[in-house]
Write a protein that binds this ligand. Structure first.
Ligand SMILES: NC(=O)c1ccc[n+]([C@@H]2O[C@H](COP(=O)([O-])OP(=O)(O)OC[C@H]3O[C@@H](n4cnc5c(N)ncnc54)[C@H](O)[C@@H]3O)[C@@H](O)[C@H]2O)c1
Length: 281
């Protein structure tokens, strides 16, 4: 089978770690050239170097809270590689935590700034080029906390719900230009972000994988950064060419009802009829 992203050019924010880094590697393996953006300069530059250097991957400092830096990242794709076919808005943080009643407003605002305004800047500048080109795929990171309440901190949940709405609305605007817009909603995946929350050490990925596997609705299977990278690859490729406005959950079925413990209907029981009666007779 030919490589799925042959000849494509992608921009990825938050590409120095976790899901963004795994996606950059996957996109390049599938034939794309990638512009990686992040605030972690050493890690980002080193990942770009390991992905084949300037012919395949370039790193640029990009703080997604600064519109000019996101615009420059998109322009780097056009100036260095000639085009932008895929925009992956992946940068994110856990952000403000704790009760809303005590949440400092500046922590709330920074969380929203990174994961709502940062996604807006990426959507804005990528769609500007893609509308002219008449094609393109914009992918953004939501979360299971973006489709259900009670799964994440308040500001994170607000931001990830916003990404779902922005995805649907931009898809409605740019479909007529041949541009597709989707987002991905993973549950807890084994990345430095989640390792930090679960173990207090962002490098403890093995311990995180073991804990996630124990709590997974899919027997013994933890979610990995690669699972999200594979979803992003599909959304970036023509294989998803008739899919737009969608929120693709990558959560082992959690948001559709799957749990570790068996559901009430897991064992046969006589059917339940009018109150007080059961069975066929
Ligand atoms: N890991 C999960 O379980 C999970 C689940 C659902 C959604 N997500 C989302 O996936 C995305 C990636 O998360 P991850 O788990 O790979 O985390 P991660 O911490 O491994 O990577 C996040 C990256 O974003 C970068 N970043 C943070 N603030 C930035 C800013 N202002 N400008 C540019 N880059 C910035 C970080 O430097 C880091 O490299 C996030 O948007 C996150 O909310 C993750």
């Amino acid at each position: 089978m030919s490589r799925r992203l042959e000849g494509r050019v992608a921009v990825i924010t938050g590409a120095a770690s976790g899901i963004g880094a795994a996606t950059a590697k996957t996109f390049i393996e599938q034939g794309a050239r990638v512009v990686l953006g992040d605030i972690q300069e050493d890690a980002g530059a080193s990942i770009a170097a390991t992905l084949g250097g300037a012919r395949h991957a370039i790193f640029r400092h990009c703080n997604v809270t600064a519109e000019a830096e996101v615009e420059a990242l998109v322009e780097a794709a056009v100036s260095e590689f000639g085009q932008i076919d895929v925009m992956f808005n992946c940068a994110g943080i856990v952000g403000a935590v704790g009760p809303m009643s005590t949440m400092p407003a500046d922590e709330w605002k920074l969380t929203i700034d990174i994961m709502v305004h940062g996604v807006f800047y990426g959507m804005k500048h990528a769609s500007r080029h893609m509308k002219v080109a008449g094609k393109g795929s914009i992918i953004s990171m939501s979360s299971t906390a973006g489709v259900m309440g009670g799964l994440g901190p308040h500001a994170y949940t607000a931001a990830k719900h916003a990404v779902v709405g922005m995805t649907k609305n931009l898809a409605a605007e740019v479909g007529r230009f041949g541009v597709r817009v989707n987002c991905i909603a993973p549950s807890g995946m084994a990345t430095p972000m989640v390792a930090d929350v679960m173990t207090g050490d962002h490098q403890k990925l093995d311990e995180t994988i073991a804990a996630l596997a124990d709590a997974s609705p899919l027997k013994g299977r933890a979610g990995l950064a690669q699972d999200v990278a594979n979803a992003a690859m599909w959304l970036a490729s023509e294989e998803s060419g008739y899919t737009s406005g969608m929120t693709l959950t990558v959560d082992a079925g959690y948001t559709t009802g799957s749990r570790v413990e068996p559901p009430a209907f897991a064992e046969y029981q006589p059917m339940i009829r009018e109150a007080g009666r059961s069975g066929i007779d």
